[in-house]
Design a protein around this ligand. Sequence first.
Ligand SMILES: N[C@@H](CCC[C@H](N)C(=O)O)C(=O)O
Length: 270
Amino acid sequence: MRFLKGHGTENDFVILPDPDGEIDLSAALVAKICDRRAGIGADGVLRVVRTKQCPEVIEQAAAAEWFMDYRNADGSMAEMCGNGVRVFARHLIDAGLADPQEFSVATRGGVRRVHVEPNGDITVDMGKPTVYGESVASVGGHEYRGVHVDMGNPHLACPIGDPVTQLDLTHQPGFDTGVFPHGVNIELFNPVGVSRVVMRVFERGSGETRSCGTGTVATAVAAAGLSGDTTGTWTVEVPGGTVTVILDEDTSYLSGPAVLVASGDLLLAE
Ligand SMILES: N[C@@H](CCC[C@H](N)C(=O)O)C(=O)O
């Protein structure tokens, strides 16, 4: 099986080209691929399949030729992956499978429009975030109140007084399973200036990652909300780099680098 490896601000993915939908991608195989010692190592897998080959998203086929079948490192499926869409787009462009400037990608969370910036960064229209109420995450014996934001996938974005750099995110933070019955991605952030935050994330199904695109948008929404805003341009610093989030009245955009670093043949089997 052919694979590529890429990342967006060090949120890293193994890409599996599967245009005709022939790969039976089990959770066990995904977990093996993502294993950082016994596999290739990644935060997730992006299977690249023609939308018309996928019954679960076939209604998006007229709008988007390619479906991003995203899986977390533990093999679970997720609705959306903001950095994943950007890396997926980079692969399609480099492989000559999509317009080099602008096109749409099908995801379980709906169609996402991508375009390439003059400096090569890739921007995704992430859709309008849905903001629910507040909830609480617990990390290292501390409780942090945050905002429940749906980006197609669930997030709890928490502003905290302690420096995020000092948090121990080696274990699953606590959260309210009544509010998040299917799990949640938990962002912890420090506002550090005008429209700028430093963020860390513990992702559902992958653990702490060095960036999370949907999480950076959820964080921008929560940070904007602290001053009563719903729009604006935010710089989000994550351990793997920096991305830009734009919130406007109707939608949100995520922009940043997306690079491919390797390709080869996968010898692993289930
Ligand atoms: N890293 C991603 C989000 C991946 C999915 C997430 N772990 C979930 O289960 O919802 C991003 O860049 O958005």
